[in-house]
Design a protein around this ligand. Sequence first.
Ligand code: USQ
Length: 374
Amino acid sequence: MHLSKHGHEVIVADNYLRRYLSREEDSEPLFDVPNLHQRAQLWKAKSGREISVAIGDLCDWDFVAELFCAHLPQALIHYAEQPSAPYSMKNRKTATLTFQNNLTATFNIVQAVHEFAPDCHIVKLGTMGEYGTPNIDIEEGWLEVEHKGRSQKFLFPRAAGSLYHTTKVLDTDLLWFYVRTWGLRVTDLMQGPVYGLETYENSGNEELYPFLNYDELWGTVINRFMVQAVAGYPLTVYGKGGQTRGYLNIKDTLQCLRLSIENPANPGELRIFNQLVETFSVNQLAEMVQQSGSRIGLDVQVNSLPNPRTELEEHYYNPTHTGLIELGLKPHFLTNDVMDEMMRLILKYKERIRTNCIFRGVSWDSNDQIPTAA
Ligand code: USQ
């Protein structure tokens, strides 16, 4: 919708995998999301602009080839991945799905661009989690290394913290290989956890909202904490709560995509941006949500749980993130007003919150064991 509003001709392809998996896991979003055809019609009624819809699986080569031949895209945004770290760590079946889906979709896209639209700019959604939490500043994708009097620029070292994040490392390597070999033009957006619901395009129109997941598998931490606060469920801080990540508002993810498309990478270039606007620890987020709660009349409790994940709970974190600002990104920060407004919006849907799917304890070193939250 954001690209469409800015004058781009947009075709969306989806196989409803995420909807299917969240239904299978009994962890559906707070709002019912109409199907893609219905949403395209709603957008047309609202904006007068057309978005084409194609339902199919990017792991299916025939579907990909047909889509490319029919449209010969100038740019392609690749979002078609299983995006949940806990889901990827749940058991062998979920790990296999994550691995096969994420790598095959990326591979098919690379092959299709090479075969049918070699000038097409691939904008790939990576993740800040590819880098892990190293004890040095995180550069934007690359690191100049001096070694025994010589120097070379390498991909910044990757050390991901889940299988899902590792598939993104593998994606980057795959893209980098084909950039070197076939001269593809690629932008890899290393995105931090996103929060938010309203964009300039969907504002006030529930049927155009994105998925607001608040369960352990599909919900990101800020959205989760806000829903927990509204439901009167103590905030689930994992371990010591010093885990620090780079966050951004959903409005900024859209800006970043559009800026990347409107300023494409060169042929033979793998351009990498760190896509975040500010960093917070889990403890800071819990405190901010608690304070927002008290401003709007909610008594929010914070609970420290044994961490189901394997990750550093206290660490250095200082990622560079100037590239997208230089392209023109105007960040929206997590201010008190932004938090209170989102909490009030969620409050309107309080009755729909199902507290039993908030915590299930998918452990990084077990096979589907479910420890209790207490
Ligand atoms: N956390 C808690 N309590 C919770 C949920 C999360 O303490 O109830 C902690 C996690 O342990 C982690 C941090 O909060 O340290 C962020 O967790 P998250 O679930 O918000 O984010 P993550 O699993 O890393 O994944 C999300 C998206 C993923 C994206 C990633 C960006 O699901 O698709 O790639 O954010 S990043 O984290 O920078 O890799």
